[in-house]
Design a binder for this molecule. Structure first.
Ligand code: NAP
Length: 269
């Protein structure tokens, strides 16, 4: 059943040119932020392709969406699977590169293979999909890409070094691409979402407890989508998170690393 709330529909009309089959693809749509972004996009009239590894979870998310959905089972750590997904769904209006995860521990202790897999999901898949979809969107001179980084992108992250570094890559890649698009006067838009702690399954996967109470994923999703349609480049939900990002920009890296070590240590389960 396709029930679109009139107010939400109006918002979409304001920010976007509505065509017949507006389509969005959301990676990591089975849980947390990706799940709520998918539900939100569906509620404002998009057909949503829900992508991740766990088909049963995706089916549950599909049942919560108000519009048309498709489920696509994919392991984004695999380059060929990323390319295959792109070839199946070339024609989309919005790509949300959300899938990702973290891992806790001293860099000298953490497992190399697990970390390389994290780099494949958090960096390589985002890189591949952003490139392939951007090329396609450039041909049509329309489309949006929302990359999910983290407030971790602004600082070094001892005890989660690879995760923090991976998110820094996503932030810098997106901001760089934005400047290229701006110079070429393209209508294609990119944004990067940088949340602080959000209540999702992230903690369980990363093996941590947050020091601060997290925002709800539905709040973060709604905030992110609204800002994306307003062409906001760097999207930072939550006041405390905004203040901490300003702090990260002001403090020297070594001092930030010391502060972050103490914060991270308290996250250990
Ligand atoms: N929660 C936070 O505090 C927080 C803060 C800042 C940024 N973020 C970022 O937000 C994004 C979403 O995380 P979340 O908090 O919503 O955590 P989550 O609830 O654990 O969701 C992570 C999603 O990523 C998907 N995923 C992981 N590995 C995958 C793979 N190899 N192939 C395909 N999909 C994969 C998972 O789906 P399957 O398991 O079904 O594959 C799941 O849908 C991540 O990029 C994370 O780094 C989270």
């Amino acid at each position: 059943m396709n029930i679109i709330k009139p107010f939400d529909y109006l918002i979409t009309m304001m920010y976007n040119q509505i065509g017949d089959n507006m389509k969005a693809l959301v990676t990591g749509a089975s849980s947390g932020i990706g799940k709520d972004i998918a539900i939100r996009l569906s509620s404002i009239g998009y057909d949503v392709i829900l992508a991740s590894r766990r088909k049963e979870e995706l089916k549950k998310v599909s049942s919560l969406c108000t519009g048309k959905t498709e489920i696509y089972q994919v392991d984004l750590s695999n380059k060929d699977e990323c390319v295959k997904m792109f070839n199946k769904y070339k024609n989309i209006d919005i790509l949300v590169n959300n899938a990702g995860y973290g891992m806790f521990g001293n860099f000298y202790d953490t497992d190399l293979e697990k970390e390389l897999n994290m780099i494949d999901v958090n960096i390589k898949a985002v890189h591949i999909l952003t490139k392939l979809y951007l090329k396609e969107m450039m041909k049509n001179n329309k489309g949006r890409i929302l990359n999910v980084a983290s407030s971790a992108a602004f600082s070094p992250g001892p005890l989660m070094a690879t995760y923090y570094s991976s998110k820094s890559y996503v932030l810098r890649l997106t901001v760089s691409i934005n400047e290229e698009l701006r110079r070429s006067k393209s209508n294609v838009k990119v944004s990067v979402l940088c949340p602080g702690p959000v209540d999702t399954n992230f903690n369980n996967v990363a093996g941590v407890n947050f020091a601060l109470k997290g925002l709800s994923s539905s709040y973060v999703a709604k905030y992110a989508i609204n800002k994306m349609f307003k062409n906001k480049l760097i999207i930072i939900p939550g006041l405390i998170n905004k203040i901490s990002v300003v702090g990260c920009k002001l403090l020297p890296l070594r001092l930030l690393a010391k502060i972050d070590y103490n914060i991270q240590r308290r996250k250990e389960k």
